[in-house]
Design a binder for this molecule. Structure first.
Ligand code: DGT
Length: 595
């Protein structure tokens, strides 16, 4: 396997995103424990102890893991022996048995109610015991029926919290929203009333799940344009409409929010509605130091109370003394500091991608032949596509047997001989892992392949340490090049497999394994935050569509957005290598043969 510089052991010090997430997660758990104990009328001292611990963790300025490493948990305010032991258990196993037991003693849906800032434990108890309300869904129904016995301020606060919860229920997959948005954008761009049009919001930022499709337009007549937007054929319902904005629901149930401004305001509006809110807040702090304010209408000079005209987003950032920050980075996760220091990454683009490293054919689960895939690869402008059908040592109901894989290798070689020199199919496989992480497949055959991908498809509910060990063991196999969809997440599902990603990233560094960014609509796995951590550790990523249908090969665009959100440049992706460069890279690892 190739070994990349810089090769260093992961110590946890450079991964603040993951570790600070621990602080927040543990704090939420302790707050939940306190709320459940309060609901059950437990000892007030215990309740206070958990609340205090939750506060301490939430406001801790360093990762709690680092405090534990120094053996200093008990020096934290409100953390005694028992709580220190529980934090240790969480850090070591990712679970807390006491918490897992406690939440089984109340109805499943009650925890979200207990987490609402507007309701006291007493009020939740009364909702549950007296009105039989034990979920957000029931609470929203009763709220809308105006049957809640609370005072006006509580109801006002509750209204906002319920609206936020309702919106969160209808988040869309990036890969569903983006093609719909493209159709709308293309149609709107042709309207004489529209001078400029762009995506905005989380969709423009490439987030894996989005609350709505935000579209910003420049028009000489915004009110008329809003009227036209409301008349678009796919619109089922207009939720709110005004002179310069309208929010609608399409017949497929997608929420679209249109904004129209006068042409000179376009760049400011686009910037504002692209967000994120956190990025805007941080940028506004910076602007205030220059006596400026950023609004959706322009950049305001605070002393004169006048707007400066900005023609582009580049001009806006320029006014703040910064280079333009790509939308995918605008999350207030270090991008402003990087821009100030001149350290923004030059992000990979779709045009940099020279091939797809994970496609499945009709030899296993796929719908299309090797010939169809080769044609599609050429249509997409690729130099190569890796055929990585499922393979299995035992003749199971899905997946190639060794004999079938051998026949496929021969078929790919025959086909390659007929293709133009500018394009090749790569031989490959996606091997399933045994319960203990063994890659139980014919080693001689694996050695013949250009690319070997390993993935866990079953056993994803196994305990954290077991699943982690399984993935790490697969990466330690000398013939495995890529670990596919490493976290195993499925977007939109509540439960994520529990994996120690620190250990996975560390093993990727040690073994030189490439981690996949699987661009399947439902996966986008590795998630962007881990992509960034992997990059920081020197891991190279590999994009693969896992297409089982040639149209799905177009999801590469989603993978590139995820890569960009993970701050990746072309050099950190295997797919930007030429065909020759890729084979050399894989071959240098001593595991692949040239087809
Ligand atoms: P989403 O829709 O939840 O996936 O996330 P966004 O970021 O698309 O949020 P959305 O659609 O509510 O609003 C689009 C952008 O507009 C948001 O990223 C920032 C800006 N924005 C909207 N409302 C506010 C606000 O109350 N404060 C600030 N600072 N910005 C806002």
């Amino acid at each position: 396997m190739p070994v990349y510089a810089p090769l260093y052991r992961y110590t946890g010090h450079s991964c603040s995103i993951m570790d600070n997430r621990d602080n927040q997660q543990f704090s939420t758990m302790f707050r939940d424990i306190a709320s459940i104990l309060a609901l059950q009328g437990d000892d007030p001292f215990r309740i206070r102890a958990y609340r205090r611990a939750a506060q301490t963790l939430a406001s801790l300025s360093e990762p709690v893991r680092n405090v534990a490493r120094r053996d200093a948990l008990e020096s934290l305010p409100g953390i005694g022996k028992t709580l220190a032991r529980e934090i240790q258990e969480l850090l070591e196993t990712g679970r807390l048995r006491y918490y897992e037991h406690l939440i089984t003693t109340v109805p499943d849906g009650l925890l979200p109610l207990l987490r609402l800032p507007s309701l006291s434990t007493e009020q939740v108890r009364s909702l549950w015991r007296t009105h039989d309300i034990s979920s957000m869904k029931q609470l929203a129904q009763v709220f809308h029926a105006e049957c809640l016995p609370f005072d006006v301020p509580t109801l006002a606060a509750l209204e906002k919290e319920i609206a936020a919860w309702e919106r969160a229920q209808y988040r869309m997959l990036l890969g569903v929203a983006l093609p719909r948005a493209d159709i709308l954008l293309e149609r709107l761009a042709r309207l004489p009333l529209v001078e400029q049009v762009s995506l905005a919001g989380s969709l423009r930022r490439g987030a894996a799940m989005v609350g709505d499709i935000n579209i910003v337009m420049a028009s000489p007549d915004p009110p008329r344009l809003m009227h036209v937007c409301n008349q678009q054929p796919e619109i089922r319902q207009v939720l709110e409409t005004a002179q310069t904005s309208t929010v609608v629901v399409t017949s497929e149930g997608l929420c679209v929010s249109f904004v129209a401004v006068l042409p000179p305001q376009f760049a400011s509006a686009l910037h504002y509605y692209t967000g994120s809110a956190a990025h805007l807040t941080a940028l506004r702090r910076l602007a205030q130091r220059r006596r400026l304010d950023l609004t959706q209408y322009g950049v305001m000079q605070l002393e004169r109370g006048q707007y400066l005209t900005v023609a582009t987003e580049e001009d806006m950032y320029d006014l703040l003394g910064l280079p333009c920050i790509a939308p995918e980075l605008r999350e207030d996760s270090g991008e402003i500091e990087a821009a100030e220091a001149g350290n923004l990454p030059a992000l990979v683009t779709l045009e940099d991608i020279r091939g797809d490293l994970h496609v499945q054919s009709d030899w296993s689960n796929g719908a299309h032949s090797l010939e169809d895939i080769a044609q599609m690869g050429q249509r997409l402008g690729y130099q190569y596509v890796a055929i990585c059908d499922y393979a299995t040592a035992a003749a199971a109901d899905r997946g190639l047997t060794p004999a079938q894989l051998e026949a496929q290798i021969a078929a790919i070689r025959r086909l390659n001989a007929t293709l133009p020199e500018t394009f090749r199919l790569l031989t490959g496989v996606e091997v399933d892992l045994s319960p203990d992480g063994e890659v139980a497949f014919d080693t001689g055959l694996l050695q013949e392949l250009d690319v070997v991908i390993a993935a866990a498809h079953t056993g994803l509910k196994e305990p954290r340490h077991k699943l982690t060990r399984r993935l790490c063991k697969a990466m330690e196999h000398p013939l495995v090049d890529i670990l596919a969809h490493p976290t195993g997440r499925m977007l939109g599902r509540q439960v994520m497999p529990s994996i120690d990603m620190e250990a996975v990233l560390e093993t990727a560094v040690e073994t030189g394994t490439y981690l996949e960014i699987n661009s399947h609509v439902l996966r986008l796995d590795l998630p962007d935050t881990y992509v960034r951590q992997a990059r920081d550790l020197g891991v190279t990523l590999a994009l693969g569509s896992e297409a089982q249908n040639i149209q799905e090969m177009r999801t590469m665009r989603l993978g590139v957005l995820t890569a960009r959100r993970g701050w990746l440049g072309p050099d950190q992706l295997l797919n930007t290598l030429t065909y020759g460069g890729l084979l050399r890279r894989l071959h240098d690892s001593g595991v692949s043969n040239v087809t």
